[in-house]
Ligand binder design. Structure first.
Ligand code: SAH
Length: 360
């Protein structure tokens, strides 16, 4: 065991880091490319199987490096085909990852932290508290594990066509690890996903949205959920630090680089709180000068949370107001609710360092 801990885990190393690693071994750079392809494209987890590397190099790699992945503790399958895995990390903390199959595409919902520190008042992850950030290896491992298991169960060679950073955690509060993992998702030697097929969802960490546009401009989704600061302060406490105006400015800035893109605004529909016609009109006003899409999310019940889901009539009226204002709007279909895999229901298993659970 002690020996295993000393070996370097190459999962999560970006291309440059991998090349640097091979340079320290005195091995040619192209071996880094081969190893990336073995690990991410062919799902090989043993250096001995990498037959285009010399025998000596394979033996050396086995001595000093490893392809370390979290353990799969359990899998749940929903009646609608959604699958959720509970993964145990080396320190015993557990996180969740969800696969959502749709016609012509397969989306993996990836976690970025063990728990979440933001404490949004309608979210199950918030109620679990926060333990720590995931590292880039633990983030990219979620794709590797899901891909392997999906291939085994007949989902084809490339079961994951899209990734959404919408699992447990606030990705922009774990910036470096998330960027590093997303760069690997985009690397042709690895998963080779296009930037449009990787979406990062944030509650609105304004300075990090600005950095993201420079460092790794993937598709951006923002959890808006309210049209005035007083309500948003209650729903998404981060709003006290970065109010709606600042978040929208950051979104406009994000779009400057690409005229065809849009930011997706997520809006969870809460009965009697944010779902009136007035709210809908205010939302149109706010998004008037932003290239936006709106995703209305039916509220998924979370035990112990005071909020309730909007009636379908209110939801449809809200949607129609947005559509008549020319705003692209879809109601997100709830997936995996029977296995608690739907938006806001991911909880994992870990020790809360913030003592939030104790205060509930
Ligand atoms: N922290 C990031 C990533 C989480 S994404 C963010 O806030 O964007 C998960 C999405 O589901 C967010 O839009 C979140 O606000 C929403 N959500 C949380 N709890 C929910 C619930 N109970 N029902 C529906 N959506 C919920």
């Amino acid at each position: 065991m002690a020996e295993d801990q000393q070996r370097l885990n190459i999962v999560g190393m970006e291309r440059e880091a991998m090349q640097g690693f091979f340079a320290t071994l005195g091995a040619p750079e192209f071996h880094a490319r081969q190893v990336l392809q073995w690990v991410y494209q062919r799902g090989v987890s043993d250096f001995s199987a990498m037959t285009d590397l010399s025998k000596t190099l394979r033996v050396r790699l086995k001595e000093i490096a490893k392809i370390g992945l979290p353990d799969v503790v359990s899998e749940s399958s929903s009646a609608d085909g959604t699958r959720k895995w509970l993964l145990r990390l080396v320190d015993g903390n557990c996180i969740e990852t969800v696969f959502i199959p749709e016609e012509g595409r397969g989306t993996l919902c990836v976690s970025s932290q063990v728990g979440c520190a933001l404490n949004c008042s309608f979210c199950a992850t918030a109620r679990q508290g926060f333990n720590r950030n995931l590292d880039s290896s633990e983030i990219i491992s979620q794709l590797l594990i899901a891909k392997g298991l999906l291939q085994l169960s007949g989902h084809g060679e490339r079961p994951i066509t899209n990734v959404v950073m919408m699992g447990m955690g606030e990705p922009l509060l774990n910036y470096q690890a998330v960027i590093s993992a997303m760069r690997l998702m985009l690397d042709d030697l690895s998963f080779g996903l296009s930037r449009r097929r990787v979406t990062l969802s944030t509650a609105g960490v304004v300075p990090a949205i600005r950095r993201l546009s420079r460092d790794c401009p993937v598709s951006l989704a923002v959890s808006l959920h309210a049209t005035d600061d007083a309500l948003r302060d209650k729903l998404v406490p981060l709003n006290r630090k970065y109010p709606i105006r600042q978040v929208l400015e950051a979104c406009k800035h994000y779009l400057l680089g690409d005229q065809r893109r849009r930011v997706t605004f997520e809006y969870v529909m809460l009965k009697g709180a944010n779902d009136s016609k007035d709210d809908a009109h205010r939302l149109c006003g706010l998004l008037d000068d932003v290239r936006a899409k709106v995703n209305l999310i039916p509220f998924n019940p979370v035990p112990g949370v005071g909020w309730q889901a909007s009636e379908s009539g209110a939801l449809n009226t809200f949607r129609d107001v947005l559509l008549s204002a020319g705003i692209m709007t879809v109601t997100r279909r709830t997936r995996g609710a029977d296995i608690e895999a739907a938006c806001g229901q991911l909880a994992g298993q870990f020790r809360d360092r913030t003592q939030r659970r104790a205060r509930l």
